[in-house]
Design a protein around this ligand. Structure first.
Ligand code: MN
Length: 426
């Protein structure tokens, strides 16, 4: 298999810096997009660190999912002991060759991989985002999700925890297929069908990447935009002739401590049941922090101090609000402050339509704010006023039932924590 690559990245119209990073490593057929998040310079550091660690681990022989686990450890270690980097994280979506007619996608976060086949674009990856979880649970429609104020909240990212779950997708490809890797700066600005149109009509991969970035900027360019186009050529359909030597060699090359978690690059295609596994417990650790305001240098310091104060305020405040129909406790300030967007601290079993009108309004307007204790007391009060209904799901761990055409495995690779975390704040 031969791959031709186009790539483009741009800070967009609203951001002064670019927190996206990407990798084009032709020698190892490894391609990746990372979208960093975190206050101050955290986002840039996180995405850069992840890409560098991914590249190094993969070049040293690690399988793709292990290389992503290594990238997680590298970002987590980088943040430890640095107050200004605390809470930083990054998405990572990476592609490599896994067989004569197979690619492998490894994925964490809300960047995306798409496959264009016969002129049709299909999404390969699931977003690890609050709104997409709500869509998967049927609590939001896809249309509501597109404009949801909390659509930037990521529920899984690299660098936030010492462990990470990596989604792995084997993708069968044919000659003429095209993979699009992108950060959410493309997909929040440009509809899928417009991405599909560009992908299907512009034959040159570099021009296709440039056109997609331009389309996102034309639509407003609210975020950093990164696009990689990977064109598939010279696929040998007779798999026996060219067995996946590079992938096989890689499998054997390393893995002493991590051997128990090896994910074979080829997964039986009818393994849909495993894709229903949901990492719901991660929901309580949602973090996001996007956006830094461009200011003139003389007032930068003053604003920086102000931002730090606001950041501390935002991260030590709680309020009760809604995630879809569900009453939840958010950490942060409604609407966010200077990139410190609220994150879900705790979910409850209370649905908004169980509440009396007056309490519904209080929840909808996020009128109860303060400490975690205040929020918990209010939730306790809501619980006492809520009408019980047998149709209400008791928890947010709804199992999705829709059969999916794609196969996916989710793996957790536990790494022994060898280093101390001296200097980490409690
Ligand atoms: Mn982004």
């Amino acid at each position: 298999m031969e791959l031709s690559i186009g790539h483009a990245t741009d800070h967009g119209h609203a951001r002064s810096n670019n927190e996206d990073s990407f990798l084009v490593d032709d020698a190892h057929s490894l391609f990746a997009v990372a979208d960093g998040m975190g206050g101050h310079r955290g986002g840039e550091v996180a995405s850069n660190t992840a890409i560098g660690a991914l590249r190094d681990a993969f070049a040293a022989g690690a399988p793709l999912d292990h290389a992503i686990v290594d990238a997680n450890a590298a970002v987590f270690a980088r943040a430890a002991g640095h107050a200004e980097l605390e809470g930083m994280g990054t998405t990572l979506t990476a592609v490599t060759i896994a067989g004569p007619s197979q690619l492998l996608v490894g994925h964490v976060g809300d960047s995306r991989a798409y496959l264009l086949h016969d002129g049709e674009l299909r999404r390969v990856t699931d977003d690890h985002s609050l709104v997409e979880e709500l869509v998967r649970e049927g609590r939001l429609t896809p249309e509501q999700a597109e404009t949801h104020p909390q659509r930037a909240i990521v529920t899984r990212a690299l660098g936030v925890d010492p462990e990470v779950e990596v989604d792995v997708y084997p993708v069968e490809v044919a000659n003429g297929d095209r993979v699009v890797l992108c950060s959410d700066g493309l997909t929040t600005m440009v509809r899928d069908r417009d991405v599909e149109h560009i992908a299907a009509t512009e034959p040159d991969p570099q021009r296709a990447a440039d056109l997609m970035v331009a389309a996102a900027n034309d639509a407003g360019g609210d975020d950093n935009i990164t696009v990689l186009i990977i064109d598939v050529r010279d696929v040998v359909s007779d798999g026996a002739a060219t067995a996946a030597v590079p992938a096989a060699a890689r499998e054997n090359a390393r893995d002493d401590t991590l051997a128990e978690a090896v994910v074979p690059p080829v997964v039986p295609p009818d393994d849909g049941a495993r894709s229903s596994q949901q990492p719901r417990e991660r929901g309580s650790r949602t973090r996001t922090a996007r956006g830094v305001v461009l200011v003139l240098i003389p007032i930068l310091l003053v604003l920086g101090i102000g931002a730090a104060v606001l950041g501390i305020y935002a991260r030590h405040s709680y309020f009760v609000g809604l995630a879809g129909q569900q009453v939840v406790i958010y950490k942060g300030v409604p609407g966010g402050v200077l990139g410190w967007n609220p994150t879900v601290e705790r979910r409850t079993a209370i649905q908004v339509d169980q509440l009396p009108e007056v309490e519904r309004d209080r929840v909808r307007t996020n009128s109860t704010r303060g400490s975690l204790g205040t929020a918990e007391a209010f939730v306790e009060h809501l619980r006492s006023t809520a009408t019980t209904s047998t149709t209400v799901p008791a928890t947010s761990t709804t199992v999705k039932k829709k059969p999916k055409p794609k196969t996916k495995t989710t793996t957790t690779v536990k790494r022994p924590r060898t280093t101390t975390t001296v200097g980490r704040r409690p």
